[in-house]
Design a protein around this ligand. Sequence first.
Ligand SMILES: C[S@@+](CC[C@H](N)C(=O)[O-])C[C@H]1O[C@@H](n2cnc3c(N)ncnc32)[C@H](O)[C@@H]1O
Length: 379
Amino acid sequence: MAGAYHEGTPAVPGGKRPQFGSRFLSDPARVFHHNAWDNVEWSEEQAAAAEKKVRENSTQRVCQEKQVDYEINAHKYWNDFYKIHENGFFKDRHWLFTEFPELAPSQNQNHSADLHTENKRSEVPGCRRSEDGPDLIIDQHKCSSNSLGHKTQTLPVEENVTQKLGHLEICADEFPGSSATYRILEVGCGVGNTVFPILQTNNDPGLFVYCCDFSSEAIELVQTNSAYDPSRCFAFVHDLCNEDKSYPLPSNSLDVIILIFVLSAIVPDKMQKALNRLSRLLKPGGMMLLRDYGRYDMAQLRFKKGQCLSENFYVRGDGTRVYFFTQDELDTLFTTAGLEKVQNLVDRRLQVNRGKQLTMYRVWIQCKYRKPLPSSTGS
Ligand SMILES: C[S@@+](CC[C@H](N)C(=O)[O-])C[C@H]1O[C@@H](n2cnc3c(N)ncnc32)[C@H](O)[C@@H]1O
């Protein structure tokens, strides 16, 4: 199936993960000597062939009636996906902390040095360390607000002073994790491939991790996972496209929001508003982190005619959808949401199936955008 989710390379058994992005293919004759090559340059012919393939597979669009069904029932298609696969896609994601040290800042002594390097790297397209990506690859949590046992902290409220989340009522000054000092939200968390490594790796006592997904099946799998700790984590069902439902936490309350292969799963004309709403939740100085599919990724080229919904947006055989971004599109989305660029990189990786002598060209985009600090006035 085009675009089923599997992560590529497993972690090195018993060893520290090597830095990504350090293996370059200089001699094409050696392509089958390793499983993956980093920062692969595409030839003009290859780029032209990819464009042609996309033109071809986009000629025939899915009919309007089916398009409406995929939109209205999007959560159901993902529920079915998780009913079939459960958490079979759980993979080691320790690359998360190499790429996104913001997820465990106290575990990264060189955090500020890393950020400095990132700023530099963002100016050099294509110059980055790479990583594995997917290819291709609750009901409600019991109210445990203030479960860290800290004093509650009053924060400005987003829209509603009190919001109802199922049977759970959340107030501005008393919401899950209200007393935490470092708050991370993962949107479209699936079965917790990112959340659980964060909880395991980041042992800051002030950490609180929120995670949501519109698939109740996925959230149930997160909540019933033995590593789920309601004193440090709050998993909830939420549709990031739903304008009528607020997040169960106030504006300006989050240090980090992370989106891993989720923005691509929503219909393009709802992406901007979804990001605008998320941006409001960030503290000034807070960061939005994203890793997602890039234009002409192998998964896009593999779609057949009749699976295209709109330009660069496709439906898989199981009814789940996927968009393939350019760096510029993501830059526009984030900056329109009021954020400033820290990093916007393209990761072109060549994965190799040595057994079958197959080559797979992957294109992923990684972004970090920051909410600006209020500018000091009167100086
Ligand atoms: C490709 S999966 C990625 C899951 C997870 N981030 C990971 O990397 O393992 C996309 C996820 O986004 C979720 N999703 C798609 N559209 C959504 C929406 N509108 N609101 C919330 N979650 C959504 C799906 O249920 C699915 O879990």
